[in-house]
Design a binder for this molecule. Structure first.
Ligand code: CDM
Ligand code: ATP
Length: 297
């Protein structure tokens, strides 16, 4: 598997892993005239995600499977189909594809699942249809589909600014493990931004040297925050319990909400601590979605 999540290709079919993005920090600097917000922060990925499979076909179709397929009611609106149609129109091709989406990530959860799916679909279909869009063309298509789609296309840890479209290199991240925890509450990104009192914020810290280990990473992330967390906690008080429970697990170096929530992450030094934490949380909170996964740059 490559860093950006390509898994396999065989007989013309392609499968890609659409990994969860994790906002290690997220600052909101202000609101633009068009209603979008200027953001700044560090994004990384977790080694867990949805799976997109594309195979040759006469027409375009999408089949959903997996634990969160039911949460995606409006099939025609699915970001995967929107990405496919947009790419075909841009390239001027009338090609079809049988797409299957194994929806493993919770929906409207702050993990950018839809954005990751859209980015993976752009990449997989470009290969299936033998298109070679220039990087800047693919980036522009991605941005039309959502503010987080370009970073999912990039697929590596990065500082992200603007409305999410400006991607800058991040220092090398140390090895570490995440526990992702979602209390089963969908939170609309637009609703969180709407409810947040407007106040000017300041950018995330930039580091001149890479963190020397995951403990150092956690300490440095402690200088920043997720500026959407307080509002999301007001809208979904379950987030308080998730953050408290993560913080109480053995070996948790820090706990924070990702994106507009409600998923939170705990950071751990090794796989054994993260697995033990996820098991402890699962025993106490049967209804939560929980995953232990490597932190990936
Ligand atoms: C907040 C983040 O999760 C941080 O990674 C993302 O920027 C959200 O990215 P996304 O889900 O791809 O966002 P979009 O689908 O483009 O926008 C959903 C809604 O969120 C709000 N939105 C989104 C991004 C942004 N920079 N400012 C905003 O105000 C807007 O109301 C927009 O209508
Ligand atoms: N393939 C898809 N996967 C998830 N959501 C999708 C998809 N296609 C369309 N959507 C719609 O997009 C909305 C946002 O879903 P998503 O799971 O990407 O949110 P999120 O994890 O909060 O993302 P972000 O962190 O970027 O705000 C949902 O309301 C959902 O109905």
């Amino acid at each position: 598997m490559t860093a950006s999540g390509a898994v396999s290709a065989g007989k013309g079919a392609i499968t890609r892993l659409a990994r969860a993005k994790v906002n290690l920090s997220l600052r909101v600097l202000g609101r633009r005239e068009d209603g979008y917000h200027e953001l700044d922060g560090l994004i990384a990925f977790a080694g867990v995600g949805d799976r997109i499979h594309v195979a040759p076909a006469e027409t375009l179709s999408l089949e959903l499977s997996g634990p969160f397929a039911e949460a995606l009611r409006e099939q025609d609106d699915n970001l995967v189909l929107r990405a496919a149609r947009r790419l075909a129109a841009h390239a001027g091709v009338d090609a079809g594809a049988m797409i299957t989406l194994d929806k493993q990530l919770p929906v409207a959860a702050g993990l950018g699942g839809g954005s990751a799916d859209a980015a993976a679909a752009l990449q997989a279909l470009s290969a299936l249809w033998s298109l070679s869009p220039a990087a800047d063309e693919l980036y522009a298509l991605a941005l039309e589909l959502g503010a987080d789609v370009p970073i999912c296309l990039y697929g590596q840890a990065a500082y992200v600014s603007g409305i999410g479209e400006r991607i800058g290199p991040a220092p090398h991240l140390p090895k570490g493990w995440l526990v992702l925890a979602n209390p089963g509450v969908e939170l609309s990104t637009a609703a969180v931004f709407r409810a947040r009192p407007e106040r000017p914020g300041h950018p995330a810290h930039r580091w001149d040297r890479a963190p020397r280990d995951v403990g150092d990473l956690a300490r440095r992330l402690g200088q920043d925050a997720n500026d959407l967390e307080a509002t999301a906690r007001d809208l979904a008080p379950e987030i308080d319990a998730v953050l408290a429970a993560l913080g109480d697990t053995g070996g948790c170096l820090m706990a924070r909400m990702s994106g507009s929530g409600a998923t939170c992450f705990g950071l751990y030094a090794d796989e054994a601590s993260a697995d033990a934490a996820a098991a402890q949380l699962a025993a106490a909170h049967a209804s939560w979605w929980l995953r232990s996964a490597p932190l990936e740059g």
